[in-house]
Structure formats: C-alpha cells, structure tokens
Design a protein around this ligand. Structure first.
Ligand SMILES: NC(=O)c1ccc[n+]([C@@H]2O[C@H](COP(=O)([O-])OP(=O)(O)OC[C@H]3O[C@@H](n4cnc5c(N)ncnc54)[C@H](OP(=O)(O)O)[C@@H]3O)[C@@H](O)[C@H]2O)c1
Length: 258
C-alpha cells in the first residue's frame, strides 16, 4: 500500500456528501473548503447568496464538487425549509453546524427575542438537522455530526450571556446524539475554538489591546485563524474518527489550558 492510499483509507471523503451550515464565512468556510478538497461533495448553507456563490466558485475552480443552499436558520420554518432544500440536494453523510450568532448583550439586558434567535440558530438548527438526517445516516451505517461550540460553553467572559448557554447545550447535544446513534456508525462531536479572527467578532478585533490580550491567553501565542480547523474537521468527518464520539475537541491554541 502506498502512503497516499493509506492516508486516503483514513481520511479521504470521496463518495461522501457534507453539509456545512455557515459555510460562506469564517470557520465554516475553512471547514467547507477542507472537506471539499478532501473529496466530499460539499453543500454550503447560509443566508447570503452572493457570499455562498463566491466560495462555491472558488472551490469549483479547484476541482471540487460544491452546491449551495440559501436558507435562514433563525426560525423553525426556516430550519424546516433548510432541511428540505438539503434533502433535495442529497442525503448528507456529514453535517457541520457552524452557522452561529453572538449578540452579546449583558445577561441583564437579554430580551425574549435575543434568547429565541440565539437558541434557534445556535442550538435548535443543529438539533433539528440531526433529527432529520441522523436516522438515515444510521440506516446507511455511517454518519458524522460536527458542531462548533465555544470557550463560552466552559467559562464565562466577554458577556457570554445567552450565547454561552446555547454553546453549553450544543456540547450536550453532541453527547445525546452520540448515545442515540453511535452504535450504528454515526458519531457526534464538537470543535471548540478559542478566539478566531473572523467577521463574527470584528468589533472585538477593532480593539487592538483586547486582541493582544486574548492571544496572550493561549499557550501557542496567537489568536486562531479559520484554517486552524481544517485538519480537525477532516479527521472528525472521516473514517479515521469512527471511535471518537461525544467528544469536545479544543482547537484553541491552548486557550483552555492556560
Ligand atoms: N470566531 C470566533 O472567535 C469563534 C469562537 C468560538 C466559536 N465560534 C463559533 O464558530 C462558528 C462560526 O463562526 P465564525 O466566527 O466563522 O462566524 P462568521 O464568519 O460570522 O460566519 C457565520 C456564518 O453563519 C452564517 N449564518 C449566520 N446566521 C445565519 C442564519 N440565521 N441562517 C443561516 N446561516 C447563518 C453566516 O452567513 P450569512 O450571514 O450569509 O447567513 C456565515 O456563513 C459559530 O457557531 C460561532 O459561534 C467562533
């Protein structure tokens, strides 16, 4: 066996269909690129058609098979419509839930609307997509559910508020999904970023002192970039991680151990 064939037997995603919510930006975009370049037919899902098309076009130019789904995960009907659109493109073998919002009001100022939209995008959409597609994955004997959580699932800072609650529950969701389906080949895991330079936290990046202070909280000595998630995502999506489930994998440059 050649080195190439051996690595492909562990990590190739050829023949798989992967859906990446939030695949048009930041961490989701980098993960979608990694899965597509590893061979998966990759479906990018988000609200903004232009950004989706831009990412898809770039990947097609690199020889990847990419589809896009325009959908809004901030309401229950929106989630149902998103799942229907994904099903039309094809049953997924891998779902990466990267679409997320962080509205950051102080907990004392959280209104009902902030609670509901945060919980719907960050938690309910991953739950409902799992409910819809994990049974099919289990019937086929292979599936990968991958969620993107946050340090704020584990520690509170910079107004974790409702966001931290949603991310804590998301890691519990992975454990519940693991219990439900891993005996039939469907793993459920979470990637836990540190502070990653993406549009999500642009307003924090405008404060150079804060950015430097956050980098100093890591042991690697820098803040994250979306590409830091490529290898971990391919691993969790691949055959290689079949005995890894219900796990929270910190991709945070040591933020959580410092
Ligand atoms: N950046 C960090 O430091 C950091 C740290 C910890 C955790 N995370 C988590 O990592 C994930 C990705 O964050 P990011 O930093 O990559 O953010 P980002 O660059 O802002 O990307 C967010 C993505 O989600 C999509 N999205 C947002 N609301 C949506 C909705 N209602 N329906 C469908 N798609 C929606 C966005 O596209 P549209 O706006 O076009 O819909 C975009 O593709 C999130 O779950 C976030 O909580 C990030």
């Amino acid at each position: 066996m050649t080195t190439h064939d051996y690595l492909a037997s562990l990590f190739s995603l050829e023949g798989r269909t992967a859906v990446v919510t939030g695949g048009s930006s930041g961490i989701g975009r980098a993960i979608a690129e990694a899965l597509a370049l590893a061979g998966a037919r990759t479906v990018l899902l988000a609200r903004g058609a232009d950004r989706l098309d831009g990412v898809a076009t770039g990947l097609r130019e690199r020889g990847c098979t990419v589809e896009t789904v325009v959908a809004d995960l901030s309401t229950r009907p929106g989630i149902r419509a998103a799942a229907d659109a994904v099903a039309e493109v094809g049953e997924p073998d891998v779902i990466v839930n990267s679409a997320g919002i962080n509205l950051r009001p102080h907990l004392g100022q959280v209104d009902q609307e902030t609670w509901e939209v945060t919980m719907t995008v960050n938690l309910e959409a991953p739950f409902q997509l799992g409910q819809r597609f994990a049974p099919g994955m289990a019937a086929r004997g292979f599936g990968r559910l991958i969620h993107i959580s946050s340090q704020q699932a584990h520690r509170s800072f910079v107004d974790s508020g409702v966001y931290g609650v949603s991310k804590g529950a998301l890691e519990s969701l992975a454990r519940s999904q693991s219990e439900a389906w891993s005996a039939r080949g469907v793993t459920a895991n979470t990637l836990v970023p540190g502070f990653v330079l993406t549009p999500l936290n642009q307003h924090l990046q405008d404060d150079a002192e804060k950015v430097t202070a956050l980098a100093a909280r890591t042991t690697v000595g820098r803040n994250g970039v979306p590409e830091d998630f490529a290898g971990a995502a391919v691993f969790l999506a691949s055959a290689a991680s079949g005995y890894v489930t219900g796990h929270s994998l910190f991709v945070d440059g040591g933020f959580s151990v410092h």
